[in-house]
Design a protein around this ligand. Structure first.
Ligand code: AMP
Length: 285
């Protein structure tokens, strides 16, 4: 496994790899790698790709007052996880390498970035789209792998790739969960043991939504009320940012559940912001 810190190194290594192999697969991450990231890496490797992982805590996607400074950066153990999972190249640049002295060009994906997390993190998706566009230009992958856990991010990146005719395929992989259903996240370690126990209610509330739809309920507002009731059982200090039912492709709110629908939520438990979502497809057999 190679580790590159500079753009030039990445370009040279990928160019050489392309000579021998067909496909380059790319997994962008902020490091602190866990089972969720590993599932994306494995998918790229299984797809037969020369697999590139970026590890970069992207400053432009953090809002003021968020955890940018304290975000975990365990580079050595991340590199070991990459090595153990047959990654070919890790790109771990410093912020200066990626952003230079001044950035005046940004990628703004309209509409899809407005609802859900966009309401609470107004600059977040501009940072995400911009860094992904930069990384795609540097790595020039044939395929990039994202997690369903960050559903809005995946929708935004797919739209950016389509709108800007970027020559790569976006694959979205299922959310990896802890045994009690909590979506695996680098931020789970901020939770106290009581908060961690109660955080399992988030996925339970989404499963309840799914069951209600299976039982024939289609009214989004009624389902949201039932989801909220379960989240209200969290006794630790918490605040619900949103519980929304949206079209899974456009992220627009819907009133009646039909077709591919997403139930998505963001809840702060203590100071830790957790997000999760579930796709309900009424057309699926
Ligand atoms: P991050 O390092 O948080 O920016 O995440 C990098 C990639 O890993 C994103 O595409 C995430 O959606 C994905 N990811 C994070 N957590 C999970 C999870 N629990 N299951 C699947 N993918 C995940």
């Amino acid at each position: 496994m190679k580790v590159a810190k500079t753009i030039t190194e990445v370009r040279d290594i990928v160019k050489a790899a392309r000579g021998g192999r067909e496909k380059v697969g790319f997994v962008p991450t902020m490091g602190a790698l866990h089972a969720g990231h590993v599932s994306l890496i494995r998918r790229s490797v299984e797809d037969g790709c020369f697999t590139v992982v970026s590890i970069f805590v992207n400053p432009t996607q953090f809002e003021p007052g968020e955890d940018f400074e304290n975000y975990p950066r365990p580079l050595d153990s991340d590199l070991k996880i990459c090595e153990d999972n047959k990654v070919d190249l890790v790109f771990a640049p410093h912020a200066g390498e990626l952003y230079g002295k001044e950035t005046l060009t940004w990628v703004n994906v309209e509409k899809r970035t407005a609802p859900l997390c966009g309401r609470f993190r107004p600059g977040h998706f501009r940072g995400v789209a911009t860094v992904c566009a930069k990384l795609f230009n540097i790595v020039q992958p044939d395929a990039a792998y994202f997690g369903q856990k960050d559903a809005q991010q995946a929708v935004v990146i797919k739209k950016m790739v389509a709108d800007l005719n970027m020559p790569l395929e976006i694959t979205v992989c299922p959310t990896v969960r802890e045994p009690d259903g909590l979506a695996v996240s680098s931020r789970n370690k901020y939770l106290s043991s009581q908060q961690r126990k109660e955080a399992a209610l988030l996925y339970q509330s989404l499963e309840k939504a799914s069951r209600l739809v299976q039982q024939g309920l289609t009214d989004a507002e009624q389902i949201i009320v039932e989801v909220q009731k379960i989240i209200e059982q969290i006794g630790s200090d918490k605040s619900i940012e949103y519980i929304s039912i949206v079209d899974a492709e456009t992220l627009e709110s819907i009133e009646k559940i039909t077709g591919r629908t997403m139930v998505a939520l963001a809840v702060k438990i203590g100071g830790t912001r957790l997000i999760d979502n579930i796709i309900i497809d009424t057309d699926a057999k």
